[in-house]
Design a protein around this ligand. Structure first.
Ligand code: DX5
Ligand code: ZN
Length: 219
């Protein structure tokens, strides 16, 4: 069964505490927190003070998906704010290996995200150093976009790479456009973690939706 990571970007910010409690009470496995800087992506979301508040209520690990330039500058601050897993974009890191060491030296788990145009092979020299790969299945910056079908092939390719390298412990996470309809196909291709924003928070019964996404793999 895939792990489910609800993306708070699609939650009701006026009722953030209730939304966090819902995730606590649900079968979700972790919180997914999207940070955008208006430079790497054409949108701005929320930052460190909000994450500090979420962390006080969250009873599950918090992964922070950094869609920001020069993530190394703020890595200690996100650690301080309570990030358990820090995910940086390959496209924003000129010294990715150094950034990963920095994240791990602070005691966080490290993930690398790749945009739709970036092939999994670009990660071949960093896979042994990280805990997970986040494959963007939409262009980063906004929730509620349509899943890019080519992602399925990328998942298979990455899965094969990990197997060949004996690195099956490295988890594959899919972010963007995950729905109840496509969740099973994504999981069957080899994804370990599904991020879901709109599918969860815009549903009439978010907790039930999280449970259904987890079960989708059996369909
Ligand atoms: C997009 C973010 C996603 C987003 C997913 O840049 O990284 O995490 O919140 O939202 P949905 O699931 O609605 O596509
Ligand atoms: Zn995300």
């Amino acid at each position: 069964m895939p792990l489910i990571a609800p993306s708070l970007l699609a939650s009701n910010f006026l009722r953030l505490e209730d939304e966090c409690r819902m995730v606590n009470e649900s079968q979700a496995d972790r919180f997914h927190l999207d940070v955008m800087d208006g430079r790497f992506v054409p949108n701005i979301s929320f930052g460190i003070p909000i994450i500090e508040h979420i962390r006080k209520v969250a009873q599950k690990p918090c992964e922070v998906h950094l869609m920001i330039e020069e993530p190394e500058k703020l890595t200690p601050d996100f650690h301080q704010a309570g990030a358990d897993i820090l995910i940086v974009h390959l496209e924003t890191c000129r010294n990715l290996h150094r950034n990963i060491q920095q994240i791990k030296s602070l005691g966080m788990k490290a993930g690398v995200a790749i945009n739709p145009h970036t092939p999994p092979i670009a990660l071949s020299e960093i896979l042994q150093d990280i805990d997970e790969v986040l494959i963007m299945s939409v262009n980063p910056g906004f929730g509620g976009q349509k899943f890019i079908d080519q992602t399925i092939e990328k998942i298979r390719e990455l899965k094969k790479m990990l197997q060949l390298k004996g690195l099956s412990r490295v988890l594959i996470e899919i972010d963007g456009g995950v729905t109840l309809e496509n969740a099973a196909g994504i999981a069957h291709a080899g994804a370990d973690i599904l991020v879901a924003g709109n599918t969860v928070f815009k549903s009439a019964d978010p907790k039930a939706m999280i449970a259904q996404l987890k079960e989708a793999v059996h369909q």
